[in-house]
Design a protein around this ligand. Structure first.
Ligand SMILES: C[S@@+](CC[C@H](N)C(=O)[O-])C[C@H]1O[C@@H](n2cnc3c(N)ncnc32)[C@H](O)[C@@H]1O
Length: 245
């Protein structure tokens, strides 16, 4: 691999530590319902970019004629191969230099990965390259202008200015949060049209989980993802359906 990645998941059990050992049923369900709303019903060649261990494979395997899971981490790819052997192809590589030919895919998705990129513009140009014209990219972005982040900033509990358009590296973590206006400019400059936007994980809060219970929050989330909250770019995760023009 030619370039050092910001977050190297080699040797890290993302599946167990981040998902199985943590209370994230609501976040997982929120991701899945957004993907169901945004991915085309039928796809030819499809790629799950930075797809990790294939957490979301069940959401696209029945829709795609052929699916590829692409990721930098051999640890993640091995777990994906173990579970989905014969059902999808796994390919290792760096998002900035993907080993796919121009116009190879009808659709791709990239979930919970842009917060690891120092060069979102380069990643988006590379995704544009590997898609067919009119191809679909479903891309999730970590939002820096959420309500809790605004409150923390106003109360001077955080120095992260949620109003500035600059990407923000979160202290102590290898994570970058983005202002929606910034990413939308990057998408357009890379050659995409923004077709649909969803506000996702609107109720991501330990307190709300305790108050309402996960099942109820999941039902509320399904209704909240579109409409006004999407227009406001409200949630910590913003999902985009992009079309290559
Ligand atoms: C938070 S995980 C998300 C995995 C999956 N999309 C999901 O939602 O479960 C981020 C993934 O991005 C991968 N990744 C990070 N930087 C990368 C890069 N430059 N090229 C390829 N994959 C990368 C990591 O190896 C990791 O598997």
């Amino acid at each position: 691999m030619s370039r050092k990645v910001l977050a190297d998941y080699n040797g890290y059990d993302y599946k167990k530590i981040f998902w199985e050992d943590a209370d994230r049923e609501y976040e997982d369900a929120a991701d899945r319902m957004a993907i169901r709303k945004l991915l085309p019903e039928k796809m030819g060649e499809f790629a799950d970019l930075c797809g990790g261990y294939g957490r979301l494979a069940d959401e696209y395997l029945s829709r795609a004629k052929h699916a590829t899971l692409f990721d930098y981490s051999k640890t993640e790819l091995e777990q994906a191969q173990e579970k989905y052997h014969g059902k999808l192809s796994t390919v290792a590589g760096d998002i900035y230099e993907m080993p796919f030919s121009d116009g190879n895919f009808d659709a791709v998705m990239m979930i919970r990965a842009t917060h690891h990129f120092e060069h979102l513009d380069r990643a988006m140009r590379e995704i544009h390259r590997i898609l067919k014209t009119d191809g679909v990219a479903v891309v999730e972005v970590a939002n820096k202008k959420t309500l809790p982040k605004k409150i923390r900033y106003i109360l001077r509990r955080s120095k992260v200015n949620p109003y500035s358009l600059e990407p923000q590296k979160i202290d102590g973590y290898n994570i970058i949060n983005y202002h929606p206006k910034y990413v939308e400019k990057v998408f357009k400059e890379a050659g995409f049209k923004i077709d649909k936007v969803l506000s996702v994980s609107n109720f991501r809060s330990g307190k709300l989980k305790k108050m309402f219970g996960t099942k109820r929050l999941i039902r509320m989330e399904n209704r909240a993802q579109g409409g006004l909250l999407a227009k406001m770019r409200f949630a910590p995760s913003i999902y985009y359906r992009l079309i290559k023009i």
